[in-house]
Design a protein around this ligand. Structure first.
Ligand SMILES: [Zn+2]
Length: 240
């Protein structure tokens, strides 16, 4: 990591009160949560279907028990702790510098770190709703329930995470677009910007302080004003 680039980012942050952070799976991998889209082979151990199939809308309703077996084992890291990146972003918000976080992660770690304005594009494992009466249930209820989780009313409980074949929440997208289009600094971290809707959303940024923090190259590198290849927590903890 170059000292001059860290100094530049630090100056920008000092001068700004309208920073937006856009984060992908790489933000959570630093908390030990694996990227379920990565090809690490996480999936091939115990399950008869690929994750894209299991985590789909139709599979949820047709193979609910199998869905929940996978979901409990792979998608509910409730003991995970926020890392240096989450903490730095929460601090920037408390200082009035950061206006919003837009995330593709569903693990609730930004809120655990203290962040308030978080647009969760893919939903959250912390919200679970009865499909019949709408009652909300905490993730511990899902984790501890034996078999398929049902409500007191008998209805099926579904996590409010966006499954494959499902659309994103429009209010959430609108909020994210509004924040990104007004930002004077957009920091993008831990995403290769290949998964919908990430690439589309950052096109709404019209400023000249686009910061990319990602281990690998992305198709947006040529648009970036600063690029870091280091861990997000390492970069952000040096500039807050
Ligand atoms: Zn119910």
């Amino acid at each position: 990591m170059k000292t001059s680039e860290i100094a530049t980012l630090k100056t920008w942050i000092t001068e700004s009160d309208n920073i937006v952070f856009f984060g992908g799976a790489g933000v959570s991998t630093e908390s030990g949560i694996p990227d379920f889209r990565s090809v690490d082979g996480l999936y091939h151990q115990k399950f008869d279907y690929p994750p894209e199939t299991i985590l789909s809308h139709s599979f949820f309703y047709s193979h609910t028990e199998e869905f929940y077996r996978f979901y409990r084992e792979k998608m509910l890291p409730l003991e995970a702790k926020p890392n240096a990146a989450h903490l730095a972003l929460a601090k920037l918000e408390q200082e009035g510098k950061l206006k919003a976080i837009v995330t593709q992660n569903i693990d609730g770690l930004h809120q655990k770190a203290g962040s308030k304005c978080v647009y969760e594009l893919h939903g959250s494992v912390y919200r679970n709703r009865c499909q019949r009466c709408g009652k909300q249930y905490p993730p511990e209820f899902i984790r501890d329930f034996r078999g398929i989780p049902h409500c007191d009313c008998g209805g099926l409980i579904k996590p409010e995470v966006v499954l494959y074949e499902e659309g994103l929440d429009e209010a959430c997208i609108d909020g994210a677009i509004r924040a990104i289009s007004r930002a004077d600094i957009l920091i993008v971290g831990g995403t290769s910007l290949t998964v919908y809707p990430a690439a589309g959303l950052i096109r709404y940024y019209g400023g000249n302080k686009l910061v990319l923090i990602n281990r690998d190259e992305t198709q947006y590198d040529s648009y970036a004003n600063l690029i870091f290849r280091d861990p997000i927590g390492t970069v952000l903890s040096q500039v807050v």
